[in-house]
Design a protein around this ligand. Structure first.
Ligand SMILES: [Mg+2]
Length: 364
C-alpha cells in the first residue's frame, strides 16, 4: 500500500461559550472556525484523518501540507509509522514545527491502520481496559463560592475526582484549595493544575499547601523550560508532581524530568503535545518502567483511545467549561468513560463522535 494523497481540510469548530480559561491571563479556546483536518489517502482506498485545532490551525496546516508533509509522504507505506515518526523529528530540526503538529501524521496513520483492520485504535494498540473514571477539569471561575457550587454539581453528576484550574495567585489559590477540601471532605481525590502560572517561590508556597491538603497531584505549576527548577520544587514539597505536559521532545524530554526526580507523580501523555499516538505510548512505557503514572492529557478523541490502552493512567480528563455543569456526553452517571467501539479513531465518520464532528466539518 502506498500513500497517494495528503490533504488539509478547513473545519469549523464552534466557539466555547463561555470560553475556557486555564487561569487569569490565559484563555485557552481557539477561535471559532479555526481548525483543520489532515487527511491521508492510499492507492487501495484506505484513509486516515487527524484533527488540528489550534489558533491559526487551518492556515498553518495548509502551508505544512503543501511544503513539507505531502512531498515527504507521497509514495510511502502508511504502515511504516515508526519510520515516518522519526522522519518528522528529522524535519523538525530545520522547520521547528509547531509542537501540536508533530503528531498529526502519526495520529492519522493510526486511524488509517485501525480503520483498515476494522478495529478501534485502542485495540490495535493493545487494549488494557474498557472503561475509566473521568475527572472534572474545571475552567477558572470568579469566586470561591462558584467553584464550590461547581464541585457540588460535578459530584452529583457522577464525577468522582476534581481538578482545579484557578486564578494563578499562589496565596489566593491555596485558600481556594483549602476551601474545596473542607467542602468535599477527605475522600474525594482533588488535583490542581497551575498552567505554568508561577515562579519557583510561589510554586513552592502553593505546593506546600497542596501537600497539607492531601491533593493527589500538582500539575505544571511553572513553564517547563527549567528542569532544575522542577527538581528544586520536588525537593521542597510533599505533594506529588505531574510534569512534562507542554515541553518539546516527547519521551526524550519526559525522561530527563524523571531522571531529575521531578516527576514524583508522573508525566503527561497526550497525543497533542507528545508526538501523536506513537509519542504518547513511548512516554507511557517510559514512565511505566520507573513505576510512574502517565496521565493522559486532554479530552480529544485520540486521547480517549489512549486511556483504554495505557495501563499506568488513572483518569480521563473531562473539561467543565461553565458554572452550570453539563456532564460530557460520553461520561456516564457513575463518572465512567467507556471505550470507543467504531473502527479507527472515530473521526469523522464513525459512531457518535463522528456524527458530531461531521456536523461542523465544511469540506473544502
Ligand atoms: Mg494541564
Amino acid at each position: 500500500m502506498k500513500i497517494t494523497s495528503v490533504e488539509s481540510h478547513r473545519v469549523r469548530i464552534p466557539a466555547a461559550d463561555p470560553p475556557f480559561a486555564w487561569r487569569h491571563g490565559l484563555g485557552g479556546s481557539a477561535p471559532a472556525g479555526d481548525g483543520a483536518v489532515l487527511k491521508i489517502g492510499t492507492d487501495d482506498g484506505a484513509e486516515g484523518v487527524a484533527l488540528f485545532s489550534r489558533p491559526g490551525a487551518a492556515t498553518m496546516l495548509d502551508d505544512l501540507v503543501e511544503r513539507v508533509f505531502r512531498p515527504e509522504l507521497i509514495g510511502q507505506d502508511p504502515y511504516q509509522r515508526e519510520w515516518i515518526w522519526h522522519r518528522i523529528w528529522e524535519l523538525d530540526r530545520i522547520e521547528e514545527l509547531p509542537l501540536p503538529s508533530l503528531g498529526l501524521i502519526d495520529t492519522a496513520l493510526w486511524d488509517l491502520a485501525a480503520r483498515a483492520s476494522n478495529q478501534p485504535v485502542w485495540q490495535l494498540l493493545g487494549g488494557y481496559r474498557e472503561s475509566i473514571p473521568a475527572y472534572a477539569s474545571t475552567s477558572t471561575f470568579e469566586t470561591t463560592e462558584e467553584f464550590l457550587h461547581v464541585a457540588d454539581q460535578c459530584l452529583e453528576l457522577g464525577y468522582t475526582a476534581i481538578k482545579l484550574h484557578a486564578w494563578g495567585d499562589a496565596r489566593r489559590d491555596a485558600k481556594l484549595c483549602a476551601a474545596l477540601r473542607a467542602h468535599v471532605g477527605d475522600s474525594v481525590p482533588l488535583m490542581y493544575d497551575g498552567s505554568a502560572g508561577f515562579d519557583l517561590p510561589d510554586a513552592v508556597y502553593l505546593g506546600r499547601a497542596l501537600g497539607d491538603l492531601d491533593y493527589l497531584w500538582y500539575e505544571e505549576p511553572m513553564r517547563e523550560f527549567s528542569i532544575t527548577a522542577y527538581r528544586r520544587l520536588a525537593e521542597s514539597v510533599n505533594v506529588p508532581l505531574l510534569v512534562a505536559e507542554t515541553s518539546d521532545g516527547a519521551h526524550m524530554n519526559s525522561a530527563d524530568f524523571i531522571a531529575a526526580g521531578a516527576a514524583t507523580f508522573g508525566v503527561r501523555a497526550g497525543t497533542t503535545l507528545r508526538g501523536g499516538i506513537t509519542g504518547a505510548m513511548r512516554t507511557a512505557h517510559l514512565a511505566d518502567a520507573y513505576r510512574l503514572r502517565a496521565e493522559v492529557h486532554g479530552s480529544d478523541i485520540p486521547n480517549h483511545h489512549l486511556c483504554m490502552a495505557i495501563p499506568n493512567t488513572t483518569y480521563y480528563e473531562s473539561l467543565v467549561t461553565s458554572s452550570t455543569v453539563v456532564r460530557e456526553r460520553h461520561v456516564d452517571a457513575s463518572g465512567l468513560v467507556h471505550a470507543p467501539r467504531g473502527p479507527g479513531i472515530g473521526l469523522p465518520n464513525t459512531l457518535e463522535y463522528g456524527k458530531e464532528l461531521q456536523s461542523f466539518i465544511e469540506v473544502s
